[in-house]
Design a protein around this ligand. Structure first.
Ligand code: HEC
Ligand code: HEC
Ligand code: HEC
Ligand code: HEC
Ligand code: HEC
Length: 236
């Protein structure tokens, strides 16, 4: 039999394999790096402009419903951030006060940035905290809320946060863990924004409280549909 391939060509498969491997590592590594910048991570808490916005005071102490400000959340995919006029409605002057604080005291200075923005017809440049990468389809808030998934499951105890931070990983496996077995996350639809109630209910469920378990099972029967696990549901 004649020699068709010279001997030096024996190393080619090895070279090709190493090359493919390195190329693969570079692609995966690069993708990983760019797809997961640090600011998508748990605990991310940027400093907000002006006096900031305190959910613990407004949603916690004052008991304002999330939908007072995030108005469109049950009808649209997007969770809207309120405009300056919403804040100005209460903070027209510095006299607004809780019983515990002085009229025109330190809070008046803290809310000055609202009146300044309103007078200039400017927007407040809130810094975004939760953000999925661009290769993930538009995340649908309305679908989740209407299925009985509370803000609590994805954003944690916002009503106790003086400054919002990211409480959950928002990774693909985090989405899929719930999509495979959503039953334990479901609450009645009229409770999705009542984070204290949801928190107490979840604590009862994990401690094995029979009444809480029974109500959770009822919810599964009445609410549960099938959350998607196919790639196309979340990716283009
Ligand atoms: C009085 C208005 C108001 C109320 C009530 C309110 N929010 Fe907000 N929310 C804001 C503003 C303003 C921001 C942007 C500034 C910031 O991130 O702190 C925001 C930001 C957020 C963010 C972070 C958005 C991002 O950038 O990722 C989440 C999550 C959130 N709110 C959830 C809630 C939940 C849950 C409730 C109810 C328990 C609630 N909010 C009640 C005004 C409000
Ligand atoms: C329904 C009325 C209401 C609305 C709407 C409202 N606030 Fe307030 N806010 C209050 C009250 C009441 C306080 C407590 C004031 C005090 O204790 O002196 C307060 C306090 C504050 C403070 C000072 C708290 C601190 O950190 O010590 C800031 C800053 C503030 N609000 C920003 C905002 C912004 C920004 C918005 C719009 C996204 C907004 N508020 C919407 C009622 C409101
Ligand atoms: C099933 C999980 C889930 C639930 C439930 C949920 N969120 Fe979100 N939220 C997210 C994710 C994921 C993002 C980032 C979306 C993106 O980047 O497109 C987000 C983003 C936000 C933002 C920032 C939007 C922006 O454009 O700046 C706000 C505000 C917000 N959520 C408020 C709420 C409120 C209020 C509730 C409850 C009434 C709620 N979310 C319920 C997962 C959830
Ligand atoms: C805590 C539970 C939970 C988490 C976390 C969660 N989901 Fe869901 N999701 C659901 C449930 C329940 C449904 C089913 C809604 C229905 O069929 O009525 C759903 C439905 C959906 C749908 C289908 C929407 C439609 O039009 O039918 C998409 C897309 C989706 N989720 C994306 C995501 C993404 C992306 C994440 C992660 C960033 C995520 N979900 C995290 C519970 C969750
Ligand atoms: C329920 C929604 C959902 C489904 C279904 C889903 N993904 Fe994802 N995927 C995500 C989210 C959200 C991210 C972003 C994760 C992050 O930011 O870390 C992601 C990230 C990715 C990444 C980037 C690397 C990584 O793991 O973070 C790849 C690749 C990917 N998905 C492929 C797929 C394939 C293939 C399927 C089908 C088998 C699929 N996805 C199904 C939500 C989903």
């Amino acid at each position: 039999m004649s020699v068709i391939f010279p001997k030096w060509m024996n190393v080619l498969p090895t070279v090709a394999a190493v090359g493919t491997l390195l190329g693969g590592v570079t692609v995966v590594g690069g993708f990983w790096y760019y797809a997961t910048p640090k600011f998508y991570r748990v605990g991310y808490m940027p400093t907000q402009p002006g006096g900031g916005f305190n959910h613990q005071i407004h949603a916690g102490k004052l008991g304002m419903d999330c939908r007072y400000c995030h108005t469109k959340i049950e009808e649209s995919a997007e969770a809207n951030i309120p405009n300056v006029a919403t804040c100005y409605g209460c903070h027209q002057d510095g006299s607004l006060t809780l019983q515990s604080s002085e009229p025109n005291g330190p809070h008046a200075k803290k809310t000055q940035f609202i009146r300044e923005a309103f007078a200039k017809d400017a927007t407040i440049e809130w810094r975004r905290i939760h953000k999925l990468p661009d290769y993930v389809r538009n995340f649908p808030h309305s679908v989740h809320l209407n299925a009985g998934v509370s803000c609590f499951s994805c954003h944690g105890r916002i009503d106790t946060m003086p400054v919002v931070f990211q409480a959950e990983a928002l990774s693909m496996s985090w989405c899929l863990d719930c999509h495979r077995d959503p039953a334990s996350a479901l609450v009645p639809k009229d409770k999705v924004t009542d984070l204290q109630w949801v928190h107490d209910q979840m604590t009862l469920r994990t401690s094995g409280d029979p009444a809480a378990k029974a109500s959770a099972e009822q919810l599964v029967d009445s609410l549960l549909q099938a959350p998607p696990q196919n790639c196309g549901a979340c990716h283009y």
